[in-house]
Design a protein around this ligand. Sequence first.
Ligand SMILES: NC(=O)c1ccc[n+]([C@@H]2O[C@H](COP(=O)([O-])OP(=O)(O)OC[C@H]3O[C@@H](n4cnc5c(N)ncnc54)[C@H](OP(=O)(O)O)[C@@H]3O)[C@@H](O)[C@H]2O)c1
Length: 281
Amino acid sequence: MQTITLNNNVEMPILGFGTFLINDKNECERSVINAIQTGYRLIDTAKAYGNEDAVGLGIKNSGIKREELFVTTKINFGDFEKEDCEKALKDSFEKLQVDYIDMVLLHWPFGNTYAAYRVLEDFYERGLIRAIGVSNYMPSQLIDLIKFNKVVPAVNQIEVNLHCQQKELREINKKYNVATQAYAPLGQGKAEYLYELPVLVEIAKKYNKTPRQIALKFLIQNNISVIPKSVHTERIKENFDLFDFELNKEEMDIIYSLDKGKNLIGCSQDIALAEFAMTWI
Ligand SMILES: NC(=O)c1ccc[n+]([C@@H]2O[C@H](COP(=O)([O-])OP(=O)(O)OC[C@H]3O[C@@H](n4cnc5c(N)ncnc54)[C@H](OP(=O)(O)O)[C@@H]3O)[C@@H](O)[C@H]2O)c1
């Protein structure tokens, strides 16, 4: 599996498995097992998804050693005060049934982010978390966090897909040595027309792949980590089967031109982000 070297030299798989909206516990455990047995080594969850326990069972029953996996969870902003954050982490360790977590992110840039980030720094320094980072951070928030804390976040997990390619935000991440991880890399099912565009269909045909595989590969060739979610075996396999071809420059340029510069899922640009996030309290 291709990896991204994080700013603390931890290797993070470039392709992972997302678990947002897999609410049924059995389906979640089964999907995680399925993904790991397909070859995924990064599993992304969050307290807010309410499925850390099912993800933990999936990891435990996957037949793959814990040390071969990269497990990410996130702290929700309802838990950003120091004691709440410590308790949320304790719960995550228990639910995931692990004695270390590979990466923990602050899910949103709201509330007492400083208190929560300093708890993450403490756990990181004690070796309980291998990498710490953030999600949904806009440039000014990211720079602020870096400036007034010790540990530079390893990752900023943001919406990135063909429709919303986040060129500017990705450049800021890169400038500050923060890896970009794409959530909703397939657009969360919200821009399905993209996968019928003749230009994309033609590129897909050339490589005997699907347009969605081309979309994920485009992000990977930009050195963006992607974490597509699916509960369907064939799609889990499809989304993993990305490493036997390379898009050429002309094809990459065609796909760059599909960028609409607007968030698709309505929650990762400043005001929209804040208003959406507050519904999650
Ligand atoms: N940090 C954050 O704020 C944040 C926000 C959103 C997401 N995330 C993380 O990022 C992960 C990925 O994002 P996401 O789940 O929102 O969206 P996504 O991965 O872009 O899209 C998932 C949707 O696409 C469908 N799908 C997946 N593969 C497909 C395929 N090959 N063909 C056709 N349809 C396919 C899935 O349906 P089926 O399941 O029915 O196949 C599901 O409806 C999440 O699961 C979560 O772990 C983080």
